[in-house]
Ligand binder design. Structure first.
Ligand code: NAD
Length: 555
């Protein structure tokens, strides 16, 4: 599909005129288009949104049929989407979700990349990643607070609360990984971010996520050391292969203060580039001999992880950033690959215990003023939460909108329902020009089972228990979310995760108010309950304080 044809199909709907039969359907249509907007998606002409081959629709025929279905969908109908293909429209009722999606789910004994690729080739499946196939991706801005919070917590635990005067090395400047350099500089630090594809670095520079670019390792080290000495924040995009650059850094005795990685290692065929090949050679090999490609890719990841382990031994604070690279290295014989922790147990879990996670909202009007007004509402209504207010001020200043104007902030149980009502009231009063879409990443507190990531090292050993995301999806659908999704393999690849998504529209009606109250309570509530069940005190206290009805809490 050529770029022009894709551009003709992907339409930027804005303003208050409906292209569908109601705001709920309109919200789905606009968010599907937004997922594939060229400002938002990584490779829209291939329907690829982010995260390796995370797609929004199975193919262009399916995309067209989804759009057509949404345009004709009644207020009491529900469209079902199976791995990016619309399969049926049922009459349901007005409070039911308008769309239900299931993406990339494979029977557990067969749940691996080989089966997936076979099905994908036959046109029977697509990879939905997390927010790609569930139409609530908003570009790098969607992850930036999570990444910021991770580095802030790392700074708190290891560097007296700031990254000033420290150097972080990472790799992967794709859709999500691109948030890393900005998050490091927002914490005052210096970042060298390696990417094998130069255009990815250019894109992050255009959107102000990265400051400068070089293809020379020595130049990158020099710039980083200078900025570190001056206590200046600086991010440097370094063109190169991480599995080659890290060993070179060790040879030069350059050991960063902090170290991680966000290449798309979860997908050895489409997400990670092996060493010793140019991009053109890699693309050719991927097409001509996928088995050989995967072999080389996995071997390179082993080298990459070994270098990370060596840097850790030499003093770098090292963590896995949610791409399953440790698992691949371990399978390749790096026995101690899991010696460095994942980011959730290391830095994020206490927030999950309170039902907090990457909550987000999008202005369907397309007018940035709508988002600025919601920012003001946060600053006014949550003025006692200094951390949150600082975040909103910093986001206003530093984060470029991509596609439809949107905002991300980590709200928890209680806060989300409260803010949902505020947003709905603002739509009802006409303060905002059009309805607001409210959603979150699947990487949230109660919506994912992923033993090498969100549920790594759970207190009670329940890392692989996958009932929670299913319960999450069911209760959110019952409560009247606008669209709900259940996916497999997001973040860490096939066989390693099950997760659910939820999106709900605040259109200013009383009916929406009731739905928002229900869904924005059950959804983060599942996060609290999941952690109560695993025995975390923060979650148990939260449940007690808020009077949650948990049958076996005191037993
Ligand atoms: P992406 O596919 O958009 O980008 C991956 C990037 O890695 C590309 O720019 C690619 O050029 C680069 N790359 C591949 N091999 C490389 C190598 N050997 N050396 C240097 N660069 C290389 O993916 P994304 O959306 O940015 O996600 C990245 C990874 O992070 C995925 O595995 C994803 O599942 C995971 N992820 C983590 C979080 C989190 O918060 N921890 C959130 C979302 C995604």
């Amino acid at each position: 599909m050529s770029t022009t044809i894709a551009e003709n199909k992907i339409i930027r709907y804005r303003g208050t005129e409906l292209n569908t039969k109601g705001w709920q359907q309109e919200a789905v249509l606009r968010m599907l288009m937004n997922n594939l907007d060229k400002e938002v998606a990584e490779i829209p002409e291939e329907l690829v949104v982010y995260g390796g081959i995370g797609k929004a629709a199975r193919n262009w025929e399916s995309f067209d049929a989804i759009v057509e279905s949404l345009k004709n969908l009644e207020d009491d109908e529900t469209l079902l989407v199976q791995s990016g293909k619309p399969v049926v429209i049922f009459k349901t009722h007005t409070d039911a979700p308008r769309v239900l999606l299931a993406n990339s789910n494979i029977v557990p004994a067969y749940a691996n990349w080989d089966t997936f690729h076979e099905l994908d080739k036959k046109g029977l499946m697509m990879y939905g990643q997390m927010t790609a196939g569930s139409w609530i991706y908003i570009g790098s801005q969607g992850i930036v607070q999570g990444t910021y919070e991770t580095f802030a917590e790392l700074a708190k635990q290891h560097f007296n609360g700031t990254l000033q005067g420290t150097i972080t090395v990472t790799a992967g400047l794709g859709g999500m990984g691109g948030a890393q350099p900005l998050s490091v500089t927002m914490n005052g630090g210096v970042c060298i971010a390696i990417d094998v594809e130069e255009w990815r670095i250019d894109r992050r520079i255009e959107t102000r996520y990265t400051d400068v670019k070089t293809d020379s390792l020595d130049e990158a080290i020099r710039l980083a050391n200078e900025a570190k000495a001056e206590g200046k924040a600086l991010s440097i995009g370094l063109v190169g292969n991480a599995a080659e650059i890290l060993p070179e850094m060790i040879k030069r005795n350059f050991i960063p203060d902090a170290l991680t990685d966000q290449t798309s290692a979860h997908d050895p065929l489409n997400g990670y580039v092996p060493t010793g090949l140019s991009i053109e050679e890699a693309n050719k090999l991927r097409a001509s001999d996928p088995e050989e490609y995967v072999k080389r890719s996995k071997a390179s990841m082993a080298v990459h992880v070994k270098a990370m382990l060596e840097m850790m031994e030499k003093g770098a604070i090292t963590f896995d950033y949610g791409n399953n690279i440790r698992q691949v290295a371990k399978d390749e014989g790096v026995e101690n690959a899991f010696d460095f922790p994942g980011f959730v147990p290391a830095y994020i879990r206490p927030q999950f215990c309170e039902g907090k996670g990457p909550f987000r909202w999008v202005a369907l009007s397309g007018d940035p003023e709508d988002i600025y007004k919601t920012d003001e509402a946060i600053l006014r209504e949550f003025s006692d939460n200094e951390h949150l207010c600082n975040w909103i001020r910093m986001a206003q200043e530093k984060i470029e909108f991509q596609g439809l104007p949107s905002r991300i902030c980590w709200l928890g149980y209680g806060e989300r329902a409260r803010f949902g009502k505020i947003l709905n009231d603002m739509v009802a009063s006409g303060e905002l020009k059009a309805p607001i879409v409210i959603g979150r990443d699947h990487l949230d507190s109660g919506s994912v089972a992923s033993p090498n990531r969100e549920t790594e090292a759970m207190k009670d050993g329940s890392d692989v228990v996958a009932d929670w995301p299913i319960l999450n999806a069911m209760v959110n659908a019952v409560g009247g979310a606008t669209w709900v999704s259940v996916h497999h393999g997001g973040g860490v690849g096939m066989g390693y995760s099950l997760h659910a998504g939820v999106v709900i529209v605040a259109d200013g009606t009383k009916e929406a108010e009731a739905r928002l109250q229900r869904v924005l309570t059950t959804d983060p509530g599942m996060g609290v309950v999941r952690h109560v069940d695993a025995g975390y005190d923060i979650a148990i206290n939260k449940a007690r304080e808020t009077g949650m009805k948990i049958p076996m809490l005191d037993k």
